[in-house]
Design a protein around this ligand. Structure first.
Ligand code: AMP
Ligand code: ZN
Length: 137
C-alpha cells in the first residue's frame, strides 16, 4: 500500500515532517514545500500509486471531495480570489514526484502564477474525437 522508497509515502507515515492541513482515513493534505502561491497545498492518497492510471477507483472517487473541502477553507483563510485544482501525470506533464497527488493552488487577482497555455488550432479534431471515442472502454 505504501512504498519505503517514496518521499510522499514517508510523509504520509510521518517519517518526514510536513505542514499538514487535513487528514482522514484515505488522504492527507499538506502545504507544498515550494509553493506556487501562498497556501499551495497537495493532496496525497494514503496509497502508493504512481499516477491517475494506477490509483484505485476508491481513491479517485473521493479525491475531489477532499479538494473541495480543503479549497473552501483555504479560500476563507487566505481570502484568495480563486483556486486551481490540478494534477500532473508523467514527466512530460510536469510530474516530479511519482506518487499520485493533486495540487490546490490559491490564486489572487493579478498574481503571476504561470498556469497557462497558448491557444492552438483545432485542425483534425473531428477525426481525433472519433478515434478517442472508439478507444474509450
Ligand atoms: P509535481 O511536480 O506535480 O510532481 O508536484 C510535486 C510537488 O511536491 C511540488 O510542488 C513540490 O514542491 C512538492 N514537494 C516535494 N517534496 C515535498 C515535501 N517534502 N513537502 C511538501 N511538498 C513537497
Ligand atoms: Zn508513495
Amino acid at each position: 500500500m505504501l512504498n519505503d522508497e517514496c518521499i510522499f509515502c514517508k510523509i504520509v507515515k510521518g517519517e518526514i515532517p510536513s505542514n499538514k492541513i487535513y487528514e482522514d482515513d484515505d488522504f492527507m493534505v499538506m502545504l507544498d514545500i515550494a509553493p506556487a502561491s501562498k497556501g499551495h497545498a497537495v493532496i496525497l492518497p494514503k496509497y502508493h500509486a504512481e499516477n491517475i492510471f494506477t490509483l484505485p477507483d476508491e481513491y479517485l472517487e473521493k479525491v475531489l471531495k477532499v479538494a473541495r473541502k480543503c479549497s473552501a477553507a483555504m479560500m476563507e483563510v487566505l481570502k484568495c480570489d480563486g483556486v486551481n485544482v490540478l494534477q500532473n501525470n508523467g514527466e512530460a506533464a510536469g510530474q516530479t514526484v511519482f506518487h499520485y497527488h493533486m495540487h490546490l493552488i490559491p490564486r489572487f487577482n493579478g498574481d503571476n502564477v504561470g498556469i497557462c497555455w497558448k491557444p492552438g488550432t483545432a485542425d483534425g479534431n473531428d477525426e481525433l474525437a472519433a478515434k478517442i471515442r472508439e478507444a474509450i472502454k
